[in-house]
Every structure is written in C-alpha cells, then in structure tokens.
Unconditional design. Structure first.
Length: 380
C-alpha cells in the first residue's frame, strides 16, 4: 500500500495563525455508513475508479457489520453497513441516509491527539485503544464534531499491514481503471442556523485550526447564495474544513435543504484533487457520474475574469468545468449532483494551478445551478 508521504511537519507553515498542539499528517480515510456497503463499494469502484484494498466482515470474525476499504492514490474510503437489525450503524443510516460518519486524521500520536483535544473541550467518541495483529499495531481515538460526525485519530507508525488490524486484503478480479483522483483537498460541513461561528471556534480552540486568510470570510449571502461560509485549516494546510450555515435569501437555502434531508449537520461535500481535470471528468462522465452544469454563457466572458489559462476552453466548456483565479494562481472545479438518494452528499473535483482558494468567483453560477436542481426536487 502506498503510504502518504510524511513530510508535512517539515513543510513551511501554510496557515501562520494556526496552533501546533495537534500536528496532522493528512486525511487517513473517510468512513461512510451506508445501507449496502457491498453495492456502494461497487459504485465507488466502477464509477469513481477506486481500487479494492481491504475487507472486514463475517469472514474475518465480525458478527454485526461489514466494511469495504477502497483506495485511489492517497484517498481511502471505508464503506460500512450493519448485518443485523438495530444498532448504531442502522440508526445512523435511518436518520441520515448514507453519509460520512468519520473523517479520520493521520497523526503521530493518537493518545496525545485525544488528550490535547478533549482537554480543550472536545467530546469523546472513544478513548485511545490499540489494535494489534501480526503486522503490528495501530492506535485509534475519536472525538465528536458537528452533528453526528466524528474525527478519528489514526496512529499507524507501528503498522505494516494492508489497512488496520481486523481487515484482510480484498483482491477481487474486478479492478476498474482509476480516474486520476489524488488526494482529499477539503471536506465541507453544513451546520444549522447561526452555528457556523460555533463550529469554527471549535476547530480553532479544540484543534488549533485558524481561518484561512485567503478565503471569503465575509457574509456571502445574496439572492443566489443564501449561505455563509468560513474555511478553517490546520497549520500545514493539509486539512481544510469549510463550514457552511444557511442564510436568509429569497429562496430556500441549499444548506437548509441539506439539513432537512440529512436530519441535522453533516458533511456536504468531499473535494478530491486531480492533476488533469479534463481526463478525470471525462472518465467520470463516461461511467455515469452526473455533474451540475452552468449555462454556456458562463464561458463567454470567463477568460476576461480569470485571464489566461493553460487549458483549451472548449473541453472545459464541453464538460462544464468552472474556472476561478486568486492572487496565487487559478483553479478548475466541478461539482456532482448528490451521489446518493437524499439531496445531501456530493463530490467536487478540483485541480489547483497555484490557487489556494475555493472558487468564490463561481459561486453565483454554481448556486444558480443548484437552485435549478432544488426547483426540480420541489425544495426551493
Ligand atoms: Fe469545495
């Protein structure tokens, strides 16, 4: 298994305001609780190009649940379902539908991470525990964040196995070609009315994060957007958590629609980075992924706004890829429609060419596209 390169602690500090008491090496994995992990795994493999990595279930001694672990470059997804009635996983799925349960963070010391965060007010999800097998040991601990979402700290310095103790290698014949996804760029949370600042403070006080100076920190509530957003990041900039809350607008906020269908706060989108967005989005579209589209008029003046770019405009227009620029460069991005039944979780594909921001210049076109989708669902 390719390990994440462990150089982040030596990188220049990307966010000078952030504190250092919780060094994070990167996103270890994202775990979704789903109604049918086997079929969800097939979707993320066949449509998204994830590769089979590890499995835990009846065959490994579990009695009540099953997990499939998928990987594409540095992105690891864990899909977990219950095998029995009742229990926490079923209750979560019943309440929220399929959704992100855990954003697991890779650390050098999961015990210290737990102590530093709980002593600053984090609510414990579980205390540090060691898992062992013949390949070594892993230490896990966990804290709660917004809604029923949790952060699990993963210390894997003493482990050489495929994923974690308890998992076996999963090596089916079916291994669709990857689509060029590289790493998790950011994970966005939707929280309830007037809760954005509370959760930004949580990331600041409990995890030592700071608001990214480069981002849109002002109220971006307009006719079109009707939401507010702040981006929190850790010191080395590898972990970026934008937090959205609904705002009053002429129409129902897309965040309110999410909160209604997710039945509370939760992860709104995962942004996955590629270094060739035209290739990645072409492959995804060919495999059935549906993206939000903007009117072709978007492309008539986009280059006046963002200046010169390396790519030809025509394929970007054909695929519906959006472009934005900040002081440091530009970025290309596109958003899927919700990837499950409820209008909740979606995925962003992003290619950064210097830009460190989040596509503020695209908000208007993007939110109009979302509103068209909301209207078709009768939830606008
Ligand atoms: Fe995003």
């Amino acid at each position: 298994m390719e390990m994440l390169d462990k150089t982040s602690l030596k990188l220049p500090k990307e966010n000078p305001e952030a504190e250092d008491f919780l060094p994070l090496l990167g996103t270890d994995h994202v775990e979704l609780y789903v109604g049918n992990a086997k079929q969800a795994a097939y979707y993320y493999m066949s449509a998204w190009g994830f590769q089979p990595l590890a499995y835990a279930g009846l065959e490994t001694g579990l009695k009540d649940r099953v997990s499939y672990v998928l990987q594409q470059e540095k992105i690891r997804l864990v899909l977990t379902s219950s095998l029995v009635p009742g229990g926490e996983i079923n209750r979560h799925v019943e309440s929220h539908g399929d959704g992100v349960k855990a954003i697991a963070l890779w650390v050098d010391d999961a015990t210290q991470s737990y102590n530093e965060t709980t002593s600053r007010g984090a609510v414990s999800y579980f205390e540090p525990k060691e898992l062992k097998d013949e390949n070594g040991s892993i230490i896990l601990s966990g804290i709660h964040t917004y809604g029923e979402t949790v952060h699990v700290f993963v210390e894997r310095g003493q482990y050489n196995g495929i994923f974690m103790p308890g998992y076996i290698k999963w090596d089916p014949y079916f291994k669709p070609k990857d689509v060029g996804l590289k790493y998790i760029d950011h994970m966005v949370g939707n929280v309830g009315w007037n809760e954005m600042n509370k959760w930004c403070e949580f990331y600041e006080k409990v995890m030592g994060f700071a608001q990214l100076v480069s981002f849109d920190d002002k109220d971006i509530s307009t006719d079109y957007t009707a939401l507010m957003s702040k981006v929190m990041s850790n010191g080395n900039g590898r972990i970026k958590f934008p937090i959205n809350e609904p705002a009053d607008g002429k129409k129902k906020s897309q965040i309110e629609e999410y909160i209604q269908f997710y039945n509370g706060a939760g992860v709104q989108h995962m942004a996955m980075a590629t270094d060739n967005i035209i290739h990645t989005v072409t492959a995804l579209r060919d495999r059935g992924i549906e993206f939000l589209t903007v009117p072709s008029s978007y492309y008539e003046d986009v280059l006046d706004r963002v200046g010169e770019i390396d790519e030809d405009l025509e394929p970007l227009k054909e695929l519906g890829i959006l472009i934005d620029r900040d002081d440091e460069g530009y970025l290309l991005q596109i958003f899927t429609k919700p990837v499950l039944d409820r209008p909740t979780l979606f995925i962003e594909i992003i290619q950064r060419k210097g830009a460190k921001s989040f596509g503020k210049g695209n908000f208007k076109a993007l939110f109009e596209a979302i509103e068209r989708e909301q209207a078709s669902r009768g939830t606008l």
